[in-house]
Design a protein around this ligand. Structure first.
Ligand SMILES: Cc1ncc(C[n+]2csc(CCOP(=O)(O)OP(=O)(O)O)c2C)c(N)n1
Ligand SMILES: [Mg+2]
Length: 670
């Protein structure tokens, strides 16, 4: 506790001297967090901490020197290599999973971690601890996590460090009724304990009991620790703007770092002299560690892109180039996706498949009477029946927790292939995807990873889909570093790219175009159980000499039709059509080769035109291939609006064959 406080104080001084760049303290939280660290078994249990947990991490084995390396942002900072703010804890050797800044994202990931414990070590008593502040319990992810933890009776301990404030917002404006313990009282199997988190002994006793409850398999526990925040929220805040002097004095009176040693001395457990020696030694250690940390090298500018992606498996490499070995009759995209999933689940025991409605029938006993659902598009049909509910299961209707749980599982070595039912409903999970899934490897400097596959049906041309069942928006994700994005247009590509996604070591957003699921024209025979396609390799759908159409998804077939239509009426026209297949990374080599040959290019996609995927491709062509062009780079995309319900409206909004043909003719005539 004392070490924790002295480190905070040292960092405060260093920040004021401009020798570090940020400080956020655990002052006032030390008693309960130190107790939590002492209840856990380092390297056996799993921990999802938040920024006030310095004493917890010290108790688990992180050293003051390592913490100071984070503060100075050194290249050899073991938590993040100087990439994250200090107090964003991570220590692979102690199972302290990399923590981020968004409040509350950790809860659903911790649930996934606890699920992984059950899957990987069903007989172990390992425990997952997740901590957060009172403010973070207002986030939806907190409630999604509690729901799943109680549904599955997971071995997970929620420690809520309630300091009465979220920056300047007091508890009575944050939590209905002012007490989170009362609010969660309806959750079944949840052990609830409320106590004074500035009292070390009370904290230790309570946490030990809660941990035992979880370890014994009774279900989750929530410990609500009332603590004080003795310093401002961070050094960027001044709490005197919103806390009165009397309030601050009352908080100081509860300071565990003063009260606990006093208690030990008063009880005769520790004599004053011995206490002084301990405090002196701690100060001396911190002084030495500070001098050493300040001497360390900062991260080199050339390291900025390291650990964005796996350095173990490269899904763009020739290793994933496999020749098909065709058998059977031609199958639709849905059929081949389903077959690929089944083959991969059978091949790799770490794979789990989950999402809304993906199972055949959660009430397994009914399967003797009913056929089973297996996904709203039937991509997962039959998988639960074949592999059981351990491997293939339904989740609550809660997208953030679907992705968050997948992240927690993947961190533990499980291979989740999760489904978001419609692209239009991916947004509750956006924080988990953008700020967590895509960042985990980079922000932990390679210490942790989350190679999740997220399958997402996308797109329109459905007639009747309207705004909430037909949107595209892939560009929102191709803009995210650390994430791979693919979007096949044929059954064969879907099979090969899904297998690559599953066998890769990076997070992959796998976009399945709904309109293409059951088209007759894009069917394929089964290419064999090891057929893979590398990411970042386009497919030349049709060769041509004087115009290139670059596209993907449902527009591939429309571009092909437009090309043939134009060539029929214009004997000089010879149009090449390229299906990118993989959007991030994309095949620049293929684009360049084609544009160098044809000197004219049209970029086409189903998504809105403005700020769209095509804008990036067009800009790069204009930049790098300007001297090869005989005409401006043109784009075709949807109108800048939503997809409408009535077919006449939808047809007007989404790009059609005639739009492509018209633009192709204009370019050829330029
Ligand atoms: C999703 C999100 N919204 C807002 C913020 C900015 N923010 C950082 S900490 C914080 C308050 C958190 O309060 P609480 O959970 O009570 O933790 P405490 O800081 O009091 O320990 C806020 C609003 C954030 N980091 N993440
Ligand atoms: Mg708080």
């Amino acid at each position: 506790m004392h070490t924790s406080r002295r480190l905070d104080d040292r960092e405060v001084t260093l920040k004021r001297q401009n020798r570090i760049y940020f400080q956020i303290s655990g002052a006032g939280h030390e008693a309960v967090t130190a107790a939590a660290g002492m209840v856990l078994r380092p390297g056996h249990d799993w921990v999802y901490p938040y920024y006030r947990d310095r004493a917890l991490c010290l108790a688990l084995g992180v050293t003051p020197y390592e913490m100071l390396l984070s503060a100075v942002g050194a290249a050899n900072d073991p938590a993040s290599g100087g990439r994250q703010m200090p107090s964003h804890w991570a220590a692979p050797k102690f199972n302290i999973v990399t923590s981020s800044s968004p409040t509350g994202t950790q809860y659903v990931q911790a649930v996934g971690c606890a699920e992984a414990s059950r899957l990987r070590h069903p007989d172990s008593d390992e425990l997952t601890l997740v901590t957060g502040g009172d403010g973070s319990t207002s986030e939806g992810e907190f409630w999604e996590a509690l729901n799943v933890a109680c549904l599955k009776r997971l071995s997970i301990l929620f420690l809520i460090e309630d300091n009465g404030y979220a920056i300047s917002v007091p508890l009575e404006c944050q939590t209905a009724g002012g007490n989170i313990s009362t609010l969660v009282s309806g959750f079944p199997h949840l052990l609830r304990k409320e106590m004074d988190g500035t009292d070390f002994l009370a904290s230790y006793r309570t946490l030990r009991e809660a941990a035992q409850y979880c370890r014994a398999g009774n279900g989750p526990a929530l410990v609500h620790a009332r603590v004080v925040r003795l310093y401002s929220h961070s050094l960027s805040d001044d709490e005197r703007m919103y806390k009165t002097a009397a309030e601050r004095a009352a908080e100081t009176a509860r300071d565990p770092v003063l009260n606990f040693p006093k208690f030990l001395v008063d009880q005769g457990i520790l004599d004053r002299h011995r206490l002084q020696l301990i405090l002196h030694d701690i100060d001396e250690d911190i002084h030495q560690a500070t001098q050493e940390a300040l001497r360390q090298e900062p991260p080199s500018p050339s390291s900025a892109l390291a650990h964005l992606y796996s350095d173990r498996v490269d899904p763009t490499s020739d290793e994933f180039e496999a020749a098909p070995n065709f058998t059977g009759t031609p199958k639709t995209m849905v059929d081949l996706l389903n077959a690929t999933l089944a083959e991969e689940i059978a091949r790799n025991p770490e794979i789990v498949v989950f999402g809304e409605d993906v199972a055949d029938c959660s009430r397994e006993e009914n399967l003797s009477e009913v056929k089973g659902k297996g996904g709203v598009f039937k991509v997962t049909a039959g998988l639960q029946t074949r592999f059981g509910q351990q491997r293939v299961f339904n989740t609550p209707l809660a997208e953030a927790s679907i992705v968050g749980r997948a992240i927690g599982m993947a961190t533990r070595g499980i291979k989740p292939v999760a489904e978001i039912q419609f692209f239009d409903y991916i947004w509750p999970a956006m924080m988990q995807i953008r700020d967590e899934l895509a960042t985990i490897r980079w922000r932990s400097n390679g210490g942790f990873s989350a190679p999740v596959v997220l399958r997402v049906p996308i797109g329109g041309y459905l007639n009747g889909g309207a705004i909430y069942h037909s949107q595209c928006g892939e560009v929102e994700f191709t803009h995210i570093p650390g994430l791979r994005v693919v979007m096949p247009s044929t059954a064969l590509d879907a099979c090969g790219l899904l297998r690559t996604a599953i066998r890769s070591d990076d997070p992959v957003l796998f976009l399945e175009h709904k309109r293409l699921y059951r088209e007759p024209y894009n069917r394929s025979q089964h290419p064999g159980p090891d057929f893979t396609i590398p990411f970042g390799r386009a497919r030349v759908v049709k060769t041509g000499q004087n115009l290139t159409i670059i596209t993907y998804g449902a527009v591939v077939q429309k571009a092909l039709q437009a090309a043939m239509q134009v060539e029929r009426t214009n004997s000089d026209a010879s149009i090449e059509v390229i299906d990118l297949r993989s959007l991030a990374p994309y095949d620049w080599h293929a684009i360049r080769a084609s544009v160098e040959k044809t000197n004219r290019v049209l970029v086409a996609h189903e998504d809105n035109i403005s700020f769209g995927y095509g804008a990036e491709i067009a800009a790069r062509i204009a930049d790098e291939l300007f001297d090869k062009l005989d005409a401006p780079v043109r784009r075709v995309g949807a109108l800048d609006t939503w997809v409408g319900y009535h077919p006449q409206l939808e047809n007007a909004i989404l790009p059609q064959v005639d739009d492509l043909a018209r633009e192709a003719e204009r370019l050829l005539a330029y």
